[in-house]
Design a protein around this ligand. Sequence first.
Ligand code: SF4
Length: 606
Amino acid sequence: MLQNDNLARVLAINLTTKTFSVTARQDLFDAYLGGAGVAAALLEETCPRGCDPLSPDNPIIFAIGPLTGLYPLASKTVAMFKSPLTGNLGESHCGGRSAVAMRMAGYGAIIIQGASAIPLYISIDGSTVRFHDASSLWGMGNFSVGRIIREREKGAGFRTIMRIGRGGEHLVRYASVTTETYRHFGRLGLGAVFGSKHLKAVVITGRSSIPVSDVSLYKKTYTQIYKNAVSSPVMQKYHDLGTAENVSPLNAYGGLPIRNLQSAKDDNFSALSGEELARNYLGRRLACTHCPVGCIHIAALREPYEDEAYFYRTSMISYDYEPIYALGTMLGITEPMGYLKLMDKVEAIGIDAMSTGVVLAWATEALEKRLIGEGETLGINLSWGGWQAYIQAAQNIVEQPNEFYRNLAKGVEHASSLYGGRDFALSFGKNEMPGYHTGPAAHLGVLIGARHSHLDNAGYSIDQKTLLKEAMGPKDLVDALLKEEWWRQILSSLVLCFFARGVYLPETVEKILPVAGFSLDEKQLMELGRRIHAAKYRFKLREGFSFEELRIPRRILETPTPIKAFTEPYLREALLYAKKMVSGEIDETAALRNRKRNGNGSGTAT
Ligand code: SF4
């Protein structure tokens, strides 16, 4: 890396002692680029073996990469921590202004350790770190906290405000952290880790500039990447309709989970399609910093006041494919207004939309099958499409007025282990499922992915692009998924928006890295990706992850997909092979033998 680059500076903050220090860690950035690679190394260094995710010992690590602030769509921040939902590796990515604010504040990584006795928020402004009493903010929702901190933290500079709502305060294991109102560290419970530390918010402000090695090479490569980004049809799709564009094609394909995945195709949900939402509700589009695409779609929901004629309030509510699936189709909600109002509630209380939808879908089916009764739900009649009841239940997940809601707040894996209904409890590696029932690759990809996310390796793409046309044995499928996941470690270390993966191909990355002082060819990049992936699995195995204990929900085998060859023995054989691959029992170079078959690409998905 460049000698004069602040990227190597790692800020360590201790909330117990209210102290901080800065260390130069060029060694880490030289070895792992940044982002996920550096965060995984720091997690291994700072997270004690077997630590309770909600104890002061659990570190929160934020990391960015060498392209942050320099190139279009290098706009994400990686957060790494031990997840209170899965009890294992927690990794979540967020856009907004977070990454560029960190870069301009002069840090490549920030580690937050310890816990405060009282609620506080911290503000990081260049080399200054301040600890503020946040007692008056504790109990407030996301929107109010953002508004108040914006008022307090006025001044020059590029700023981000990461904060939690009541979900994080109440330690909902899938509570999120919100930045800039519509972007989130959504998955795996970072909000609960904030809450356990009495940390209401982190404000980062920066003003410094970013060095480049060669200005003319920078200008030339920047222009090319910008042009490629704005002329790409995939990016046009994200700009026009946002990720909601995927609702219709996934339904047509038969891969859209509906009513707790009791089916995967139903034309009654057409009002939730990207086309219909844009036609009837689109209020504005937004973009993360340094993104010319602007995929963030915000609905304007206009409602009359009950007691005054001709007076209306307008709520601005973001919508994306994943929340539409989880809080819409998965709950049988066909009315856009119902979906938007539930989404608005989930935003305000600060819990992950995907986990919330899957948890509520399981609870609805459990109530239907009388595994639970209205004694558990406190009289709330959860039924498909009943969005008013779901809003009440989401509030109860946060407030936890009885044992049942306390258990729902720990995730569907936990709740179903107590009340039954495991066959239709849709979690993978204890993380609630994403919105793809496209075939075996989607589900296997989430099972073996380091963070049990569809973004780990995009199995949905292999289903649609490859498995629809030709059969693939379980080992070949694992090879293809791992190869994609290795490359995504590089994208996550740089830290690029995955929507730009078709723009930042390996040869492009090789060409632009020298601008930031790095020199790696395609082969070296792929090898580095493999090493970062191995580091994540080292942590997972250290913390007790077991391939043998992965549960395969029966529901995914019962609801047909367009791909027929899809049985539990097939998935178990794949898992056994994946275990051998990541534990080093098999020479991983063998994995490259299926290079041609790899469905590396976009498919219909986010
Ligand atoms: S494409 Fe969307 S998520 Fe990605 S950087 Fe742009 S606005 Fe953010």
